[in-house]
Design a protein around this ligand. Structure first.
Ligand code: HEM
Length: 491
């Protein structure tokens, strides 16, 4: 099959060709064609993945682009990606002009101050460790049960469903409950999916267009963004204040916010300030819901186009699950479902481009890369490299069977990044996605509506440009509201 990109692509080039240093040192990377002054701005805005795919085919694993005055290096080889992502002394996060900071402040994802990033990462690492997340399972399962009940209530058999909308709804609810113990996203408009969308689109537009009007100008778009952010900030600071006033909960932390409030710097014994807490909470919401939602959406699309894979998934679920929602122990007996999610993340990495800024002059793939260049590590291309993946456009979850994973290049598969900034929420996302896939596949079959056009579109995440309309067919009646058979936290 082909993926949502409608035409299959010819075999791509691999790593950047080695270029012998010229008399004056290494040559710059090959430059993609662009128009005078604007360079590649317009085509980046239209379809960044398409431009970078062409650049990769024409020039190899390292290509230079221009966004007006800004120089950008596209990286599409796993070897060079490994160098960039593991060397944070040379390749840092984007600087203070990173538009995402307008939303996320200096949370882990956007902080460019290595010291304070390191301090907060150390404090937060144990909270997101695999063992610690068992305590989040019940919140995830409750939210999954509510989602099934909602779908049963709202959709008649065979009805058309906006699958992406439904996945966004449930993942936002999960992150809300794990963070605050309540489904804040349902009760407060400031954290509705619509509000989150306004903020994220605003920042992404500015990321691609250095000529955007200053944020202080009273344009309608700037004013809408400000309103959304003011609402979000006052809600966050309100919740933090309430929790601080209530003091530490009896019987230990009940949610992520309790854990963030209790986290202490190992050297100084200090906790986070309100501002730091606000930034980390919003970062968790932003980084931790759409990424999972959109991959689930692509997974259901891929399953509907690959009946054999779907049948195997259904057999696994039917064999291993009774009538109740899966426990963590049930999930461990359903490895094929997880492989489906991993393969969906290969074809549609939900954070398709990982950006960096060169902190000093350097040489990458034999080419000179000056300090101050943006470097975009393109996971969409890397995951299609024929040197590491047979028939890369084919959806084949068996690629992630234990035996076939052995010996694969260390940086051939990077959906969660690599190196010191490796996604802190990786285990959270995998547990949540595994649970949702099991519960939804057991209960429903999603079928792609043939007239609905599916095209991928990279904003910050890799979304289906026209949404994902599918019809919903009931497989087994819902018993999701029955209590869990055993306490998953005890696994
Ligand atoms: C399928 C789901 C997810 C994908 C594909 C994903 C992908 C990524 C990637 C590629 C990075 C590296 C960014 C970089 O190097 O600059 C990252 C970082 C991060 N992710 Fe995720 N993520 C997912 C889910 C989550 C979840 C559920 C959370 C939180 C609950 C989360 C929180 C973060 C944070 C805070 C960072 C910044 C880490 C740092 O720089 O120290 N992510 N993620």
């Amino acid at each position: 099959m082909t993926t949502a990109r409608e035409t299959p692509r010819p075999a791509p080039a691999g790593a950047a060709p080695h270029v012998a240093p010229a008399a004056g040192g290494p040559a710059p990377a090959p430059e993609a064609d662009g128009v005078p002054l604007l360079g590649n701005i317009v085509e980046f805005r239209k379809d960044i993945l398409d431009v970078m795919h062409r650049g990769w085919q024409e020039h190899g694993g390292l290509v230079r682009y221009r966004l007006g005055p800004v120089v950008v290096h596209g990286v599409s080889s796993s070897e060079l990606a490994g160098e960039v992502l593991t060397d944070s002394a040379t390749y840092g996060k984007l600087g203070p002009d990173n538009p995402l900071r307008l939303i996320l402040g200096e949370g882990l994802l956007t902080s460019d101050d290595h010291e304070s990033w390191m301090r907060n990462r150390r404090m937060m690492q144990p909270i997101y460790a695999k063992q610690a997340l068992a305590g989040m399972y019940r919140a995830m399962a409750d939210s999954t049960a509510d989602q099934l009940a909602h779908m049963e209530r709202v959709y008649a058999p065979g009805a058309e469903v906006d699958v992406h909308g439904e996945m966004m709804r449930v993942t936002l609810d999960i992150v809300s409950r794990c963070m605050f113990s309540t489904d804040v996203s349902r009760t407060r408009d400031s954290l509705s999916p619509e509000a989150v969308d306004v903020a994220v689109n605003f920042a992404f537009d500015r990321l691609q267009n250095p000529f955007s009007p200053p944020t202080g100008w009273p344009t309608p778009r700037n004013r809408r963004f400000r309103r959304v952010m003011d609402g979000l900030d006052s809600m966050m600071y309100g919740i933090i204040e309430e929790r601080r006033a209530a003091g530490p909960p009896e019987g230990g932390a009940k949610d992520l916010l309790d854990m963030l409030l209790a986290a202490r710097d190992a050297d100084t014994g200090e906790g986070m300030t309100d501002r730091e807490l606000r930034d980390e909470i919003i970062t968790t919401f932003a980084a931790g819901h759409e990424t999972t939602a959109v991959t689930l959406t692509w997974a259901f699309y891929l399953l509907s186009r690959n009946r054999q894979v779907l049948r195997r998934a259904q057999e696994e679920v039917d064999r291993e699950l009774g009538d109740a929602l899966p426990t963590a122990a049930d999930l461990a007996r359903m490895p094929y479902l997880l492989q489906i999610f991993e393969e969906a993340l290969r074809l549609y990495p939900s954070a398709p481009i990982v950006p960096r800024l060169t902190l000093k002059d350097t040489v990458l793939g034999g080419h000179r890369v000056p300090a101050g260049s943006r470097v975009l590590v393109n996971l969409f291309n890397i995951h299609r490299d024929e040197r590491h993946w047979d028939d890369p456009e084919r959806f084949d979850p068996d690629r992630f069977a234990a035996a076939r994973k052995k010996g694969r290049h260390r940086f051939a598969y990077l959906p969660f990044g690599a190196g010191p900034h490796l996604c802190i929420g990786k285990h959270f996302a995998l547990m949540e996605a595994h649970l949702l896939l099991a519960a939804l596949i057991r209960r429903y079959e999603f079928r792609h509506v043939p007239s609905h056009r599916v095209v991928n579109h990279a904003t910050i995440t890799l979304r289906p440009k026209y949404g994902m309309e599918m019809t919903l067919h009931e497989r087994r009646p819902s018993r999701a509201r029955r209590p869990l058979g055993e306490d998953p936290a005890a696994d």
